[in-house]
Design a protein around this ligand. Sequence first.
Ligand SMILES: Nc1ncnc2c1ncn2[C@@H]1O[C@H](COP(=O)(O)OP(=O)(O)OP(=O)(O)O)[C@@H](O)[C@H]1O
Ligand SMILES: [Mg+2]
Length: 242
Amino acid sequence: MSEIPLIELEGITKTFGSGAAAFQALKGVNAEVSYGDFVAIMGASGSGKSTTMNILGCLDVPTSGIYRFRGTEVQALTRDQRSLLRRRYLGFVFQGFNLLSRTTALENVELPLLYRGENKAQRREAGLKALDMVGLVPWAKHTPAELSGGQQQRVAIARALVTEPDVLLADEPTGNLDSERSVEIMELLTELNRGGITILMVTHEEEMASFAKTIIRFRDGVVERVEQGAGRHAMHDAGMTV
Ligand SMILES: Nc1ncnc2c1ncn2[C@@H]1O[C@H](COP(=O)(O)OP(=O)(O)OP(=O)(O)O)[C@@H](O)[C@H]1O
Ligand SMILES: [Mg+2]
């Protein structure tokens, strides 16, 4: 394992708007994420969690500060280089699933590969492999409307996995699910994390955060506290049940 952290944030600020309407959403965020970690980002509404996720995901740029990804200073990259980084290393899962409604589960999962220019056979093979990772091969031909919320989120996770990213970024992935379905998604994320993928997830629920190895707590645009070795995951690893 590398000595360099996967992700380093140093003094990240983000100001939206300008002049009298300017609002500083991030006021100097410092954080590190190791390879293979499973991080839950928590904090009150408006504390800057999504703003930070968007910066981590190269969907937005900070106003100031340093973001290093695998040792590379992301803010020094061009827009094109950042989108290459995004496509090469990152997978995204959203609260609202964001699936195409007239398209089958398998076609939804294959979509990122279509954008990459892969041929139909390559797309089919990788798409089925990703659907298999989330246990949904039997549902490959179904459209989102024919799937439950939990199944739709699994399709969205398979779509994020199909490009074999190093990091999965999930902003409130269980926000639209009941608690039973949420726990199933967290168990799936735990399994994927054991397979080696680094996960950063925003959640409002302590129960979901308890699946993570590390909890980063935000408050008013800064990191208030980092907690290591959070409960459930560590206990599972020690062969204990909760
Ligand atoms: N594009 C924007 N323009 C102006 N203000 C913004 C923008 N995006 C976010 N903000 C503000 O920045 C602050 C942080 O927003 P952010 O979405 O990061 O919060 P959050 O922690 O994800 O909250 P929630 O738990 O409600 O999702 C909020 O006060 C929000 O209104
Ligand atoms: Mg948010």
